[in-house]
Design a protein around this ligand. Structure first.
Ligand SMILES: NC(=O)C1=CN([C@@H]2O[C@H](COP(=O)(O)OP(=O)(O)OC[C@H]3O[C@@H](n4cnc5c(N)ncnc54)[C@H](O)[C@@H]3O)[C@@H](O)[C@H]2O)C=CC1
Ligand SMILES: CC(C)CC(=O)C(=O)O
Ligand SMILES: [Mg+2]
Length: 341
């Protein structure tokens, strides 16, 4: 019986986690869930964003499912203070999850929900492969005497493994996104990507794109992209931007892979404090994260595909939460998906 470490977190995290569990229970009755408080909920209960016991439970689980963490209650500018987001960084690094897959597939039923013209988003099928355990978010940082700094470091090995993950996920083209006209880390990134391409994946096209131009092309020519492989912060920003091809940030799931133990699954979005407690969060990114858990975490392709197909059908029939221009509540969207299973 696979055991899932369930970390609902903060804000809309618990609201969308409830939805995902209902859907998972409909396709996989043998899963068990151990719930733990992390993020702001962890700070309130234990004084830390994630306890050692929770980390140990995650490591011992078969997969980790996380809602979202953070929110104004726990925001602080105090140097060295505990932050709700520390739970994420601890989990990603602690589980060795360096490869974050963010698939972006606008559904025909939602072409009208995107601010982009239908002609631009038709048949987009893109994967952002974001490096998740290095770069600016993990570098040394500090604030002193009116000066603040963050450091951006990448090693050859860190770049090699994420670039390989990008090529393995691609059929024909990888776009490596960097800022090699400015940053040394990006120049190293580009050199390593070029070498790995030549040595290991010569039949796949590799192109290099500067991040500012890539951000523009995501909007002007999104169909051009198949796999984008990029560093931690660029991938974070580009994927929120790309979410609008699907109509809403609330649509996107992610899989964080690459460790020796369990993988982690969470939506792209955060805790959405502006809509917390209203029952209106779009649960689809979280439900689809459950599908990715079934596929990548437990090797259950048929069940994963069943969940994805149920989501497609529910949207085809017209269910829309508010972020997609509709009026359906979180519970109503979840019910519509369940009815298709
Ligand atoms: N993986 C995680 O746990 C993440 C946590 N955060 C944290 O979340 C907090 C809020 O961050 P924000 O910048 O506001 O980003 P956010 O992603 O929480 O929200 C951005 C906007 O998108 C909307 N939105 C997000 N998810 C939605 C959903 N499922 N349905 C409908 N609308 C949705 C929100 O209402 C908001 O207007 C911060 O503390 C941040 O650090 C942010 C991103 C990821
Ligand atoms: C705390 C942030 C780095 C979380 C986030 O925005 C993400 O992982 O996408
Ligand atoms: Mg983000």
């Amino acid at each position: 019986m696979p055991n899932i470490a369930l970390l609902p977190g903060d804000g809309i995290g618990p609201e969308v986690a409830t939805a995902a569990i209902e859907v998972l229970n409909a396709v996989a009755t043998d899963l068990t869930y151990d719930e733990h408080k992390v993020g702001g909920a962890g700070i309130d209960e234990y004084g830390v964003a994630m306890t050692d016991d929770t980390m140990a439970a995650c490591k011992a689980s078969d997969a980790v499912l996380l809602g979202a963490v953070g929110g104004p209650k726990w925001d602080t500018n105090e140097t060295g203070a505990v932050r709700a987001e520390d739970a994420l960084f601890g989990l990603r690094a602690g589980l060795g999850l360096y490869a974050n897959l963010r698939p972006i597939r606008p559904l025909p039923a939602l072409y009208d929900a995107s601010p982009l013209k239908r002609e631009l988003i038709e048949n987009v099928d893109m994967l952002i492969v974001r490096e998740l355990t290095g770069g600016l978010y993990y570098g040394e940082r500090g604030t002193k005497d009116g000066r603040a700094y963050d450091t951006l470091v990448y090693t050859v090995e860190e770049i090699e493994r994420i670039v390989r993950a990008g090529f393995r996920a691609a059929k024909s083209r990888v776009t490596s996104v960097d800022k090699a006209n400015v940053l040394d880390t990006s120049r190293l990134w580009r050199d390593v990507a070029t070498r790995i391409h030549a040595e290991e994946f010569p039949t796949i096209e590799l192109e290099h794109e500067l991040v500012d131009a890539a951000a523009m092309k995501l909007i002007s020519a999104p169909r051009h992209f198949e796999v984008i492989v990029t560093e931690n912060m660029f991938g974070d920003i580009l994927s929120d931007e790309a979410s609008m091809l699907t109509g809403s940030l609330g649509m996107l799931p992610t899989a964080s892979l690459g460790g020796d133990g369990p993988s982690m699954f969470e939506p792209v979005h955060g805790s959405a404090p502006d809509i917390t407690g209203q029952g209106i969060a779009n649960p689809i990114g979280m439900i689809l994260s459950g599908a990715l858990l079934l596929r990548h975490g437990l090797g259950r392709e048929a069940e994963a595909a069943a969940v994805e197909s149920a989501v497609d059908k529910a949207l085809d029939k017209g269910i829309r939460s508010r972020d997609l221009g509709g009026t359906a509540t979180t519970a109503e969207v979840t019910k519509a998906v369940l009815e298709e299973l």
